[in-house]
Design a protein around this ligand. Structure first.
Ligand code: SF4
Length: 672
């Protein structure tokens, strides 16, 4: 008998949808959005609507697998093993490595984007802290945004997505809600129907750019001079002078730094008409409420942190804060809540070295004491998603690096593992998750039976804690105990739990639509906006200082790798069997004698990708596109965009600089 159960979607998406999941005999039959939260409003994306294909597809890992043969064998060979055998093997190998080389020779490699506090923190983190493993700096996404936001505004939620309906001007800067956060689209449409203007800043003509009042198709990495020139024009107009006098520090310093870029110079650098930048200034200065949806696309380059800081400063310098629907939004995650996962971990942070996840290839090459001898991957697929892919795959394929992968399906990374362990998906284990767009929090129970022998992260690491004698008296362990610990650590925890029990979802203590500078103020010590924070200035080696385009004569084309609407980063990539093409403009194709559908080589000094070409009217000349999250079966030679992406970092937060790849393209038959 089928029944419909409540759940929530923890995937790496701002919307945090409330779900109705129909289950029969423990299996998910269908999933749809529920009306529980106004953002979800009863609909969800195709990714999760079709999740049964992911849960019960041929690629699902159903038992522990132990490698037979070498990792460099063309076709990986694994044999099924029982959990006891697999865990004994892992425990004995880790014990030997720690005894020989110390805990830092072990690297946990994970990304929490598609997981909540039970899967990402809790016993998983406890295990590696007690082992004394190396720490991982998680920098694939939002590291530069978080650094800039916290530097300027401290801990303060931005404009609620629901409040975009009140805006008279919406700016989408480096974000494509049609693919990543679809529930903002109808809200924008409602605002537009009520007379709001729309500006899109993106090198690509994203779907919403087609109906925008202004689209600035700037060259990748030039957001900083563009934002500085707009800031300079706003300062000249004195638009936000009254707001700045009361609420900001660093005004004169930012004014001086912005003055380095005139509208004409910024337009030249960005490759857009100066008149378009002037139009931006005019629309933005005159509109109220005006809101900037600050995305994650433009943090991923050498100037990313400064660019985000400059865009966030626009809200203050334009005097846009202090009204409903006015200001900016980045991540409304940690900044909106008084509750977090740390209490469930039950072990203090280890004072061990930290390795930047975006430089995994270099870390595996590094022979410094102790060299990495084990990589334990969970919630992540670095062979597909980490920069400098050739080095990453070569490092993971070393026979002297023990690789364990806990995964739902057979990923590119799992194929390089010594041991693969079957993992539960989010509908198969309990999860506590707060949104980073929608300001909501769920405690969602398991609604489906794990297929095969899949286990949750807490089941796996709870068992490893026991086997490696890392359990301490008084440890919390069960899901109930872990959830109790999370909420008990917050002064508002009891109220949140009561709200979840009554309504199925909790809102932050200040409500789900706080107005910045009315209901909430910056978390800085003086509760002001710090437009040029000293610590960011030091970290960036000069905040708001532009580093020019890294293009060379040999590699003149900027490669961007934006998110797909059909995947969450690499998640669900096994479901698409077809290749992805390289998209390029008609001008760049013609200059190289490339026709639509031709096989092309895309290359630079790091690697090469072979795939078909698709001529796109949505890309400006000089920019080519391979999507984010491709798997090896999505190209003709097994390499993806990350094979071309250097492991250089943005100026803040250790952020991966995915969009700094510069490449050349030729027809494969041209023999270049
Ligand atoms: S991925 Fe986003 S839009 Fe899709 S169900 Fe999850 S939260 Fe909703």
């Amino acid at each position: 008998m089928a029944e419909t159960l409540r759940s929530a979607c923890p995937l790496d998406c701002p919307d945090l949808c409330s779900l109705d999941v129909t289950v029969e005999a423990g299996k998910v039959v269908s999933v749809d959005g529920s009306a529980l939260t106004p953002i979800t409003d009863g609909f969800i994306c195709g990714k999760v609507r079709n999740i049964a294909e992911h849960l019960y597809g041929d690629d699902r890992v159903l038992t522990p697998l132990v490698r037979e043969g070498k990792k460099t064998d063309a076709a990986p060979r694994f044999r099924p093993a029982g959990w006891d055998e697999a865990l004994d093997l892992i425990a004995s190998r880790l014990r030997a490595i720690v005894a020989r080389s110390g805990g830092e020779a072990v690297l946990p490699y994970h990304y929490g984007g598609s997981n909540g506090w039970l899967s990402e923190g809790a016993l998983t983190t406890r295990f590696f802290r007690r082992l004394g493993a190396s720490n991982l700096d998680r920098t694939f996404c939002s590291a530069a945004v978080a650094a800039a936001m916290r530097g300027l505004y401290g801990v303060m939620p931005g404009v609620a997505l629901e409040d975009y309906a009140h805006a008279k001007l919406i700016v989408l800067w480096g974000v494509n809600p049609s693919a990543t956060g679809i529930h903002l689209v109808p809200i924008i449409d409602r605002a537009r129907a009520a007379g709001a203007r729309l500006i899109v800043v993106d090198p690509r003509r994203i779907p919403l750019a087609r109906r925008a009042d202004l689209h600035l198709a700037i060259r990748p990495g030039t957001d900083l001079p563009v934002a500085l020139a707009i800031l300079g024009a706003l300062f000249e107009r004195g638009t936000g002078a009254a707001f700045l006098a009361e609420h900001a520090t660093g005004v004169d310093e930012l004014r001086a730094r912005a003055a380095r870029w005139s509208i004409a110079a910024a337009a030249r650098e960005a490759g857009v008409p100066a008149a378009d930048l002037e139009r931006f200034v005019e629309l933005f200065a005159d509109a109220s409420p005006a809101v900037i949806r600050c995305g994650w696309g433009f943090e991923r380059n050498r100037n990313g942190g400064s660019a985000v800081a400059a865009v966030l400063a626009l809200a203050a310098v334009g005097g846009k804060l202090g009204v409903r629907g006015g200001g900016y939004t980045t991540s409304n995650g940690d900044v909106a809540w008084t509750v977090g996962p740390e209490a469930a971990i039950g072990a203090p942070p280890a004072k061990t070295r930290t390795i930047n996840m975006s430089r995994l290839g270099a870390a595996l090459r590094d022979e410094r004491d102790p060299r990495l001898e084990a990589v334990f991957v969970y919630n992540c697929n670095p062979a597909a998603t980490a920069p400098d892919q050739v080095a990453v795959r070569a490092g993971l394929a070393r026979d002297d690096v023990f690789v364990v992968v806990h995964e739902q399906v057979m990923t590119d990374t799992a194929r390089l593992a010594d041991v693969v362990l079957p993992a539960t998906a989010f509908l198969e284990h309990r999860e506590v998750r707060r949104g980073y767009g929608a300001m909501r929090l769920f405690d969602a129970p398991a609604v489906a039976t794990p297929p095969g022998e899949a286990r949750s992260n807490n089941q796996l690491f709870g068992e490893l804690l026991r086997r490696m004698d890392l359990v301490r008296p008084g440890d919390t362990a069960s899901e109930d105990e872990l959830v109790d610990a999370i909420f008990a650590a917050s002064p508002h925890g009891a109220a949140m739990r009561a709200e979840i029990a009554a309504r199925g979802v909790a809102t932050p203590p200040l409500g789900d639509r706080p107005i910045p500078f009315v209901d909430v103020f910056p978390g800085t010590p003086d509760r002001k906006v710090h437009l040029v924070p000293a610590h960011l200035d030091a970290e960036a080696g000069g905040l708001y200082v532009y580093k020019p385009d890294p293009a060379t004569e040999a590699y003149p084309l900027a490669l961007i790798s934006p998110a797909l609407s059909t995947q969450i980063s690499s998640t669900f990539g096994q479901l698409r069997r077809k290749e992805f093409p390289l998209e390029l403009s008609a001008e760049d194709a013609a200059a190289r004698g490339i026709a639509d559908g031709d096989e092309v080589r895309v290359w630079n000094d790091l690697g090469e990708v072979r795939c078909a070409a698709r001529i796109s009217r949505d890309l400006r000349p000089g920019v080519v596109l391979l999507p984010k999250g491709m798997w090896s079966h999505h190209s003709r030679n097994g390499a993806t965009a990350n094979a071309l992406i250097p492991d250089g970092l943005a100026d803040l937060g250790g952020q991966a600089a995915y969009n700094d790849a510069r490449v050349q393209v030729a027809r494969a038959s041209a023999g270049a």
